[in-house]
Design a protein around this ligand. Structure first.
Ligand SMILES: C[S@@+](CC[C@H](N)C(=O)[O-])C[C@H]1O[C@@H](n2cnc3c(N)ncnc32)[C@H](O)[C@@H]1O
Length: 263
């Protein structure tokens, strides 16, 4: 693809990706910022109609070093544009000078995956507020091979800042907004400092692991749906852990007893 074609394609798709003014509705494409996000998205099957870079030789050197499995794909995909052009297209260009647009997975297929037979837990974030936390949780879920990440409340788990925090790993798991009554079936373990010590529990592979918001903890609605409240060990006088670190600890606890966890 030559530069003009790549820029035409970018401009045709980017407004609906949320990077242009006046975009409305759920965008069909998401912005991937940086080499690592593009690498992860491609590894997990994302369809990437256009990828730009400010330094093609540098990006291909990174590919040789960090993603030899993708060297050929990236060589065919990356189109070099000058740094100023890139800055005009992407609000905060990544230090690696790479940016791409990827097709967002079909929401119907994502929901079907969440509702199908699951061999690993789904993480539920109940009314999260912090976009960076949500991105970090997607990254954790991908690393642990969790079946998905569901958010309740107004935060869009496909917001560009969440995708940035997730390092392109939205494509490695199923990410969707759902309200509490719509949650998939399965035993729901809700994480709360007042719950039973997690060290005495085995979390089943089909569990829903729910976490409360940064400011207010779990909602009454989520608590009512929970089968059990579960606590992470914490010394007295510390009120709580950060949301994403709590998710990491709970997934680690599940993984250390499950044959379905990554080796
Ligand atoms: C930052 S905390 C929320 C703090 C909030 N002020 C509250 O009242 O709960 C975010 C979420 O992380 C989880 N969490 C944090 N510390 C925990 C602990 N020691 N045990 C279990 N869950 C914890 C809970 O799900 C909590 O709702």
């Amino acid at each position: 693809m030559d530069v003009d074609e790549a820029l035409g394609r970018w401009r045709g798709l980017a407004p609906e990706a949320g990077s242009g003014p006046g975009s409305a509705g759920a965008p069909r494409h998401v912005l991937l910022e940086g080499f690592h996000a593009l690498k992860h998205a491609l590894r997990f099957g994302a369809v990437v109609p256009v990828a730009l870079c400010a330094d093609r030789a540098g990006a291909l050197e990174l590919a040789a070093e960090l993603a030899p499995d993708l060297e050929g794909v990236l060589a065919g995909l990356l189109v070099e544009v000058d740094a100023e052009t890139l800055r005009g297209l992407v609000a905060r260009p990544h230090p690696t000078g790479v940016a791409a647009l990827a097709e967002r997975p079909d929401p119907v297929a994502v929901e079907a995956a969440l509702r199908g037979v699951r061999r690993t837990p789904v993480v539920v974030l109940d009314q999260p507020r912090h976009l960076g936390n949500a991105g970090a949780v997607v990254r954790l879920a991908a690393g642990f091979g969790a079946s998905g990440v569901v958010t309740t409340g107004p935060l869009d788990p496909w917001h560009p800042t969440v995708v940035r925090g997730g390092a392109g790993l939205h494509f490695a798991t199923a990410v969707a907004p759902l309200e509490v009554p719509e949650l998939p079936d399965g035993p729901l373990f809700a994480l709360d400092p007042e719950g039973a010590d997690i060290r005495g529990l085995t979390l089943p592979d089909d569990a829903l692991l729910a976490f409360g918001s940064e400011r207010h903890g779990l909602t009454a609605e989520l608590r009512a749906r929970a089968d059990q409240l579960v606590a992470l060990p914490m010394r007295p006088q510390v009120s709580s852990y950060n949301l994403a670190t709590s998710v990491g600890m709970a997934l680690f606890h599940w993984a250390s007893a499950s044959g379905a966890a990554p080796a």
